[in-house]
Write a protein that binds this ligand. Sequence first.
Ligand SMILES: *Cc1c(COP(=O)(O)O)cnc(C)c1O
Length: 394
Amino acid sequence: MLKPNLRYKELKDTYLFNTIYRKTNEYLAKNPEKTVLRMGVGDVSIPLCEPVIKALHKAVDDQGNKKTFHGYMPEVGDASLRKAIKEYYAKFSAKVEEDEIFVSSGACDDLGDILELFDKDNSVLVIEPAYPEYVDTNILCGRKVIHLASGEENGFLPMPETPADIIYICSPNNPTGAAYNREQLKVWVDFANKHGSVILFDAAYEIFIEGEDIPHSIFEIEGAKTCAIEICSLSKTAGFTGTRLGYTTVPKELIREGMNLNEMWSRNRETRTNGISYILQKGALAVFTPEGQECVHKNIDVYKKNASYFMEALDTAGIWYIGGKNSPYIWLKCPDGMSGWEFFDYLLNKIQVVGVPGDGFGECGKGYFRFSTFGSPEDTKEAADRLCKLLKKG
Ligand SMILES: *Cc1c(COP(=O)(O)O)cnc(C)c1O
């Protein structure tokens, strides 16, 4: 009799977003005349930009023509796209080579697959509040997860304490929006090198970073190439959540027990994928052109303006929050000692604004709340106005 992977029983169900959805719909069923503003979701709303759409259309035509048709693409990614990503990295003074960059179908996919490089007995450190996938993927392969709690006392940016073999760092962070500066990341890199750990650095929100003090890539930090893998994606940076393309950087200097993790990942890709669609890689290539970058940054500015509406409302009401600056998320402390779910119900019932209770991202998220700035400017402004009026009244 086949034995299934019993560890699926250990996963928490996807309770958070299901509950938000159910509560919102129940409210609407009872109050059909109300407009609910959904300010919780971590999905983009602005369509792909013009240079990307043009490139996608052209690539579709290429595939219909004998002369320009492409069959299987290289498993590690098309050479021109790897080169463009390398040049993008160079803008942040992160020196990575083409053959250290692997084109992927998105960060989520690679965050799961990358674990195939490591032994099951490795320990894992997850800084919480965290993106739930870090914990779930490790539970499924039977690894022990050490939770490192963060909080207001360290600005949700804890520094290393307990050594672990695999260390997840998401900066700028989902859900908190907190971002490590150079000095802090250097401490993590030194810690990882000292203990022989590997940092899995999730850079999904790098494009939101403002100013010089926060690195866009961990490879801006000296020593990172012997201890870090970076996982990034065009999902949030270029609106590719439904289009799907990402990239993962595994340095050639990353060696453990005589094994080169770059070569292992290359081998893994040959086994696990037949490459990313020619069409999507052409679309992605357009993101890295000057016209593509200009468009993409214009869209990010729209989300940043949205963040400013929320930040103004919270400043006026005197509510503690972080994020919004280097991130599309705002992480606030629920007022009057309310729990995340109490605050959720309060906002839904009083002003029909929906956010995400912090509880879903780990124990230490309790009593906090996440707003996303990925909605339309009209809805976001309206939500922030309603929030401001409600919280000022107390
Ligand atoms: C959205 C997000 C990603 C991107 O995932 P994709 O699979 O590329 O869409 C990665 N990490 C975090 C923390 C995210 O919030």
